[in-house]
Each structure stands twice: as structure tokens, then as C-alpha cells.
Design a protein around this ligand. Structure first.
Ligand code: ASP
Ligand code: MG
Length: 502
């Protein structure tokens, strides 16, 4: 039997939050069908819902989740009304179940990882139920599928329970059974991001932001033709457009470059979503739901096919350095092993490392660590027999990302001049040859990123790699002046609601 051309289309939280967005989802899914492709729509929870459920769960510990529960119901009611869908019929039972479970948990004031995962999963369940009902009543043939029936968590031995339940990873080998099962489904398949099942049949989560990863798993298992990630920005950029309005769209990247940009802190695509697509050689296309005509970014094995070059600047704030000074390490055996064992024993993951004869400095990535005072004190105590350790807080790491960065060093001279009056705490050139990273004081980061960006990209003409800037994209779309404000204006209601909830 000839295999259908599967196209996975993932829509993020803001992309499923209004009737306008669902109208775009409908049009895009229908366009795929017209092209003879089979769309698999993977959705996030409505934006703000996963955070709201997390808040409710922390409310359980204090015993007062009522207000947050009614806000959750109200949020879904607003969308259901806009979609013209009956809330009670579609998700009444889900909301009831959340309320029952939360009451139980707030009585005993305890939320287990198991319950946490089960309730968080409701966010994706509810958005897809409302969306499927809307599509169905607009005349689209839809099959609603529970993602947990098809994504199985692969359990590495000795994984702590919280991690196994809340940040699981799944197998993604080609899955002929899934292809058969989906071939039997009618029309547009709609399913949830973020959730899977473990071997015991329990609900697990794929980590915050994990819907992208779900889409990639489905794409790899189906050996899809393409994995589309629909979000609220039109692609990956040369820098974060919220900080650098003239950041340029990157039209094409290879998997390694995209992985590096995603890992270095760009929020457009979850870094865990790239390996499954790379393994299956499936192109990822990042698209913008509010502006569906834009082509976005294509991530594939070829990339822009242009060899070496800096493609993006990323900045990570809140970085902490640990500097370890000792004369004792010179030519001794095992200093790094002993020192790193202390990091391991207090549960800290090291990011960058630079070494000299008398000093080793490492950085701690804020997204991978909890650098609370107790942990840091325990670290310093553990290190004190080995070296003189010192913490340097309030740093930012700024990375220039691109293929074969080593071969470009001679061209970067002028750019490096920008660091002249800056104290560079640490410099690291990735062994993968994909990034060059500087750690500087945090309060210098914005200024440096803007200046570096202006030097490297501002005057580049449009080509196969560099697309238009964020500013021009939004001006061209007839909304001059809105570029930076748009985030706040678009999400005004959410922000006001949040402020009220405080
Ligand atoms: N809803 C989940 C979250 O907010 C997963 C996702 O949207 O990617 O983390
Ligand atoms: Mg996301």
C-alpha cells in the first residue's frame, strides 16, 4: 500500500488561544489535505493554562486553590464561547476531574509527581477537545487521538521519579503500527503535545515546552514528510527580536546550527525537538500562526548550504560562574575529577569550562540548575579542601553561533573590538565548532548584543539565508509602529488577568 505523506503541524499555546487562530489551523490543515498530504495537528494547552495548573498545584500545598480553579474554568469558557462550542459537553468532565483531584490534594496538602503529571495533561486534553469540536462543526472531518496511546516513555534506569514523570523522553524509531493506526483515521488527526505514557500506563510529561518534542516524536515515528512548528513569531532570528528589533529571519539552518541556537536560549523551538527530526531526516518548518503566509525557517540536513558563517547571537542571563583557584592542581592527577565530583554531589550541572594551570572556571546554566544559597554554600564547602573557590554572580553568556566558527576568527577581529572595555570572565569555543561564547557582566549583555548584531548582520542583504528583519516584517504587514508593542498588546488580557491574580 502506498504510504500517505504525513505532515505533523504543531500549534503552540498562543496559536490555539482564539477563534482567529483556530480559523488559521482549519485553513492550513485543509490546504495540506488539498495537496494530498495527511495532517496530524499536535496542540499545546491554551497559553497560560499550563502555568495556571502549576499554580493550582502549588495552591494545594497551602490549601486554597479555589480562585485559581475558577479562573481556569473561565479561561476555557471564553474560548469555547468564541468557538461556538459547548464547554460542558466537550470538557465538563475534565474540569470536574481537575476540581475533584485538586480538592483531594489540598486536603492532604500534597501533590505527588504522578498527580502533577495527570493534571497538567488536562491542559492539552482540553484545548484539543475544544479545537476538534470547532473543526468538526465547521465541516472538517476530524479524528481526535489521545497522544498517550502512541508515545511511550523510554525509562533510563535510576532516573529520579519526578524527572521520569515530569520530563520524560520517548522512543522515536519509525513505527509502522502507528502509520497503520493513523491511516485508518479519517480526515485531520488532532492530538496533544506534552504528554505520553510510561510502561506502567501512567501519564507522564515531556518537560515544560514539550509539545514541540511531541510533534518531533510523531514526525519521526510516522516518517513524516515535514514537521511544522506553528508559533507566534515568524521563525528563528539572528537575535531575540524582543531585544533587537532589526533581528533578521533565518530562512534556512542545518540541524546542528538550529540545535545550537535552540540550546543557547532562543525560545522558538524546544532543543529536544531536533534530534528525532534529524534522525529521520525530516525537515522542520517554523511558521507564524498570526501571519501564515510567511515562509518562516526551514531546518534540514542541507541548511542554507553556504558553509562557514555566524548566523545568530544568543544571550543567556542569570549565569553564575564558579572560579576555582589553586596552585596545587599544576601537573597533579585528578583535580578536575575531584572538583567535578563535588558539583555532582550537590546536584549542579556544569555548562562551560575554561582552564589554566592555576584556575578552572565553570559556568552554571540557570535553566538546568537551582542555584539557591544552600546549594551554593554546600558547593563551596565541598570545594574548600581542594581549592579556593569563588562565586561570580550576575553574569550573562553571549554566544556567536554558526558553522565552523574557528575558521572565521580572523574576520571577527572588528567584532571582538566591541568587548574592549568589557571584562570577559570566561571565553569558550565549543569543541563542536558551532559557537564562540563570552561570559560578561549581566548588565552589559543588552548593549553588547545590540552592538554585535549591528556589526554582523544589520547591513546584510537578503539572500537564501538572511530574510527580512522583524521590523520590516511587521511594517510590511501594515502594522507600522506595532513591532515591539505587539507582544504586550496581543496578550493584554492575559497580562491583566495575571496581574489581578497576584
Ligand atoms: N503546555 C506545555 C507547557 O506550557 C507544553 C507546551 O506548550 O509546549 O509547558
Ligand atoms: Mg513552546
Amino acid at each position: 500500500m502506498e504510504q500517505p505523506a504525513w505532515v505533523v503541524m504543531k500549534f503552540g499555546g498562543t496559536s490555539v488561544a482564539s477563534v482567529d487562530r483556530w480559523t488559521t489551523i482549519k485553513a492550513q490543515a485543509e490546504a495540506r489535505l488539498e495537496d494530498g498530504e495527511r495532517p496530524v495537528v499536535v496542540c499545546s494547552a491554551i497559553s497560560g493554562v499550563s502555568d495556571a495548573i502549576e499554580d493550582i498545584l502549588s495552591g494545594c500545598a497551602s490549601g486554597h486553590p479555589e480562585q485559581a480553579l475558577s479562573a481556569l474554568r473561565a479561561k476555557h469558557q471564553v474560548l469555547a464561547d468564541a468557538l461556538g462550542v459547548d464547554l460542558d459537553r466537550e470538557i465538563g468532565e475534565d474540569l470536574q476531574e481537575i476540581e475533584d483531584q485538586v480538592r483531594g490534594a489540598s486536603l492532604i496538602r500534597e501533590v505527588t509527581p504522578r498527580l502533577h503529571a495527570r493534571l497538567m495533561a488536562m491542559g492539552e486534553r482540553m484545548s484539543t477537545r475544544l479545537g476538534a469540536a470547532f473543526l468538526r462543526q465547521s465541516g472538517v472531518k476530524v479524528t481526535w487521538v489521545d497522544a498517550r496511546e502512541h508515545l511511550r516513555a523510554s525509562e533510563a534506569p535510576n532516573t529520579p521519579q519526578a524527572r521520569a514523570m515530569l520530563s520524560a523522553e520517548c522512543d522515536f524509531l519509525p513505527d509502522p503500527e502507528l502509520r497503520v493506526a493513523f491511516s485508518r483515521c479519517e480526515g485531520v488527526i488532532i492530538t496533544q503535545g506534552f504528554i505520553a505514557r510510561n510502561a506502567a500506563g501512567e501519564t507522564v510529561l515531556l518537560g515544560r515546552g514539550g509539545s514541540d518534542t511531541s510533534a518531533a516524536y510523531f514526525a519521526a515515528k510516522l516518517q513524516a514528510k515535514r514537521c511544522e512548528i506553528w508559533t507566534d513569531v515568524p521563525g528563528m532570528f539572528t537575535a531575540d527580536p524582543r531585544q533587537v528589533p532589526n533581528a533578521r529571519v533565518l530562512r534556512a539552518l542545518d540541524y546542528n546550527e538550529a540545535q545550537e541556537i535552540a540550546t543557547m536560549g532562543a525560545k522558538v523551538l524546544h532543543p529536544r525537538a531536533i534530534p528525532p527530526c534529524r534522525a529521520g531526516q525530516i525537515p522542520i518548518n517554523i511558521r507564524c500562526t498570526p501571519k501564515p503566509d510567511l515562509e518562516g525557517t526551514i531546518i534540514s540536513a542541507e541548511g542554507a548550504g553556504d558553509g562557514a558563517g555566524v548566523k545568530a547571537i544568543s544571550a543567556r542571563r542569570g549565569v553564575m560562574l564558579v572560579s576555582m583557584e589553586t596552585v596545587g592542581m599544576w601537573q597533579t592527577v585528578g583535580f578536575l575529577a575531584d572538583a567535578f565530583a563535588v558539583f555532582k554531589s550537590v546536584g549542579l550541572s556544569i555548562d562551560l569550562v575554561s582552564t589554566s594551570e592555576t584556575n578552572v572556571t565553570v559556568s552554571l546554566d540557570p535553566s538546568a540548575n537551582t542555584t539557591d544559597p544552600e546549594t551554593m554554600t554546600a558547593l563551596l564547602e565541598g570545594l574548600s579542601p581542594l581549592c579556593e573557590a569563588r562565586i561570580i554572580g550576575n553574569c550573562a553568556s553571549i554566544s556567536l553561533v554558526g558553522r565552523q566558527i574557528r575558521s572565521l576568527l580572523h574576520q571577527l577581529g572588528a567584532v571582538l573590538g566591541l568587548f574592549e572595555e568589557q571584562r570577559i570572565h570566561l571565553l569558550s569555543q565549543a569543541a563542536s565548532d558551532l559557537n564562540l561564547t563570552f561570559v560578561v557582566d549581566e548588565d552589559q549583555a543588552d548593549r553588547l548584543v545590540a552592538k554585535l548584531h549591528a556589526r554582523l548582520f544589520a547591513s546584510r542583504t537578503e539572500d537564501a539565508l538572511f530574510g527580512p528583519s522583524w521590523e520590516t516584517l511587521f511594517d510590511r504587514a501594515g502594522q507600522p509602529g506595532l513591532h515591539m508593542l505587539e507582544w504586550w498588546i496581543q496578550r493584554k488580557d492575559e497580562l491583566l488577568a495575571l496581574a489581578e491574580g497576584e
